[in-house]
Write a protein that binds this ligand. Structure first.
Ligand SMILES: *Cc1c(COP(=O)(O)O)cnc(C)c1O
Length: 403
């Protein structure tokens, strides 16, 4: 049997699926570790990991074993009964930070929805205030449900979806004075990513991060941290907020949590967790035994193999290498930014051609906001793959006319 062509797959999808995705000209049929293979058996180096999802590599053998065993023991049973796999996972996740209670769901947007709902309910029913407003930061990405879209605040994603839920306002990134000016008696919380991913990899400065937490404490409002992309050991610590020694009131995570099985979670303090009582929030699939068992193994492997330390070490060496490339192609690279293995290379010009040339050379990565090559490799990637990418980038920049 011959495999279908990419054009045939494209045409088939056109007739079958809602047109929500602008896809890369690539159909992946198989993956292992940091390698992808397309229809023709061509090999690619995966520097995107499903957008920070498969942090332990594709088809990880240890996870496959847990998955197969759990598939034959208990897959799903509903949250109407007790499930120890959720408790095993909660223990492991809560052991990674100051947080004391967890809630499980199925995606990043859902985790952020739970975070928003908990913040509002805690302020309104535990603190007995009328506060509901959430302040977010320009460039944020918090998801695509109606409330998280309101929190995201980017006009291009909101077009045609009015009316969005009320109670979200946005202030410029990096401006503590504007943030404080936006706080009123209606304010329930400030919600932020420590490192913005979708906007093109923008880490907070320590002063900014500390300033945000200080404003929350001064005004007695909650600090909500979205670790959906930057969490799970990627930046050199289990959670990015730990670089700044912050103690957020609620933390959301998802993406890498179950290495590709859909799972999200929030983690919070005992104090704020009082906002939820039985019946106030729920989800059918949240924390199923299957995904919970896999996520337990994910955390165990990340800890055992000290993948936070590895991410920091490889990330620092890789960024140094990318800055050397920048020096050798004057004027072409505007900045190399990141923490650990969450890295952005901002080009001085629209980068589609460079991105396409890198794909042509077998490197899969994302182009964020036209100009930023977004790199989110598996935390287990070989250093040689990162060096090969740096060399390819240099070569492409030397040979691609300025767009
Ligand atoms: C991806 C992402 C989300 C949304 O997660 P989904 O699983 O796609 O709903 C939310 N916040 C951040 C920071 C993300 O990167």
């Amino acid at each position: 049997m011959t495999s279908p062509s990419l054009a045939a797959i494209k045409a088939r999808e056109e007739s079958l699926l809602c047109h929500t995705y602008g896809r890369y000209p690539l159909s992946v049929t198989r993956a292992q570790g940091s390698r992808l293979w397309d229809l023709d058996g061509r090999e690619y180096v995966d520097l995107l990991s499903g957008i920070a999802v498969t942090s332990l590599g594709h088809c990880n053998e240890e996870l496959a074993e847990v998955m197969a065993k759990q598939a034959r023991t208990l897959v799903h049973v509903s949250n109407v009964v007790y499930q120890q796999e959720q408790l095993d996972l909660a223990e492991r996740l809560l052991d990674l930070s100051h947080c004391e209670k967890a809630f499980f769901c199925n995606s990043g947007a859902e985790a952020n929805e739970a975070m928003i709902k908990l913040a509002r309910r805690y302020m309104q029913r535990v603190r007995n205030t009328g506060a509901f407003e959430i302040i977010t930061l320009e460039g944020a990405f918090h998801g695509r449900t109606l409330a998280t879209l309101a929190a995201t605040g980017q006009a291009k994603y909101q077009d045609g979806f009015a009316p969005l839920p009320e109670g979200f306002i946005q202030v410029p990134w990096g401006d503590l004075a504007a943030l404080e000016a936006a706080i009123t008696p209606r304010t329930a919380a400030i919600m932020a990513e420590m490192i913005q991913g979708e906007s093109g990899i923008h880490p907070m400065s320590p002063d900014y991060a500390h300033g945000i937490e200080a404003l929350c404490r001064k005004h007695n409002i909650l600090l909500l941290v979205d670790e959906v992309q930057c969490g799970m050991f990627r930046t050199g610590r289990p959670w990015a907020f730990q670089h700044f020694n912050l103690k957020p009131d609620i933390v959301s995570c998802a993406k890498a949590l179950a290495n590709g099985l859909p799972m999200g979670a929030i983690m919070t303090t005992n104090e704020v967790a009082q906002g939820f009582v039985p019946g106030m929030h729920a989800t059918t699939f949240g924390g199923t035994p299957l995904v919970s068992a896999v996520a337990c193994k994910v955390v165990d492997i990340m800890r055992r193999d000290k993948l936070d330390e590895r991410a920091a070490r490889l990330g620092n060496a890789f960024m140094a290498r990318l800055r050397e490339v920048a020096d050798r192609v004057p004027g072409r690279i505007k900045a190399v930014r990141g923490m650990g293995l969450m890295i952005g290379v901002e080009l001085a010009f629209p980068g589609h051609e460079v991105w396409a040339a890198l794909l042509e050379r077998g490197f899969v990565l994302n182009l964020a906001h036209e100009r930023v090559l977004r790199l989110l490799p598996a935390l287990t990637i070989d250093e040689a793959d990162l060096n090969a990418f740096a060399a390819a980038l240099e070569d492409v920049l030397l040979n691609t006319p300025e767009a």
